[in-house]
Design a protein around this ligand. Structure first.
Ligand SMILES: Cc1ncc(C[n+]2csc(CCOP(=O)(O)OP(=O)(O)O)c2C)c(N)n1
Length: 196
C-alpha cells in the first residue's frame, strides 16, 4: 500500500495496490498531491520479482516518494516460495534443497542495482535484528521522509527482516541467522545520500 491519499474520491490514508504495482500507484498519488507524505511498503517478492519494472522506472524518474522495502528473503504471505532475494542454499517451498544458482540465479541486491541510476537521492539498507540496528533504521526512514518533504526526489530504505514461519525457526534464532547469513550477502549501509 502507499501513504496518505486523502485527496481522491474517498478519505483514506492507505491504498492497497495490485502486487508489485505500488510504485506506479504512489507515483500517481504523489503527483496528484505533492504536499502529502507518500510511501510504499513492499516485500521482496513484491518489489524485486513481480514489481521489478515499476520500481526501476519510478526510481529512474526520480519520483518524489519513499519506498520501504522489507527484505525477508522469502514470499512470506503465500507460504515461503523462493524470492529473488533468497540466499544461495536457503530452502524454500519451491527450492526444497536450497536455492541453486545454476537453476535460479543469485540473490538480487536492490540497493546496489538502484545505485546504478542517477535520479535516486537516498538509498540505504538497515537490519531489524537488534535494538541498535532498529534505531538506525528509524533514523534512515526519518531521513528519507525528510528528504521527500523537502522535495528532493526518490528515496529508498531497505530493511532486512525475517520470517520465523517460513524460515522454520523461532524468532530469536532468526536474528542470529540474519547476522550470520543475510547480512553477509546484503551489506548494511548508506549507498547514496543526496544531502551530502
Ligand atoms: C498480481 C498478484 N500476483 C500474485 C499475488 C499473490 N501474492 C500475494 S502475497 C505474495 C508474496 C508476497 O511476498 P513478499 O512481497 O516478499 O512479502 P512477504 O509476504 O514476505 O512480506 C504473492 C505472490 C497477488 N496478490 N497479486
Amino acid at each position: 500500500g502507499c501513504g496518505t491519499l486523502g485527496m481522491f474520491h474517498f478519505n483514506t490514508d492507505v491504498v492497497v495496490s495490485p502486487h508489485g504495482r505500488t510504485p506506479a500507484v504512489a507515483t500517481g498519488a504523489k503527483r496528484a498531491a505533492p504536499g502529502k507524505l507518500v510511501f510504499s511498503y513492499q516485500g521482496d517478492g513484491d518489489l524485486a520479482a513481480i514489481g521489478m519494472a515499476e520500481i526501476m522506472h519510478a526510481a529512474n524518474r526520480g519520483e518524489n516518494f519513499t519506498v520501504i522495502f522489507i527484505n525477508n528473503s522469502t514470499y512470506g504471505m503465500t507460504g515461503g516460495q523462493m524470492a529473488p532475494t533468497t540466499l544461495v542454499g536457503q530452502k524454500a517451498t519451491t527450492a526444497p534443497l536450497g536455492r541453486n544458482p545454476a537453476e535460479t540465479g543469485y540473490p538480487m541486491k536492490m540497493c546496489e542495482i538502484l545505485s546504478q541510476l542517477e535520479a535516486p537521492k537516498y538509498i540505504a539498507r538497515f537490519a531489524l535484528d537488534c535494538p541498535a540496528n532498529i534505531l538506525k533504521a528509524k533514523k534512515g526512514i526519518r531521513k528519507a521522509f525528510g528528504m521527500q518533504m523537502a522535495g528532493k526526489g526518490f528515496t529508498f530504505v531497505e530493511l532486512l527482516s525475517n520470517c520465523p514461519t517460513n524460515w522454520g525457526m523461532p524468532a530469536l534464532e532468526c536474528m542470529d541467522w540474519m547476522r550470520e547469513n543475510t547480512m553477509k550477502v546484503f551489506p548494511l549501509g548508506v549507498f547514496r545520500d543526496g544531502d551530502e
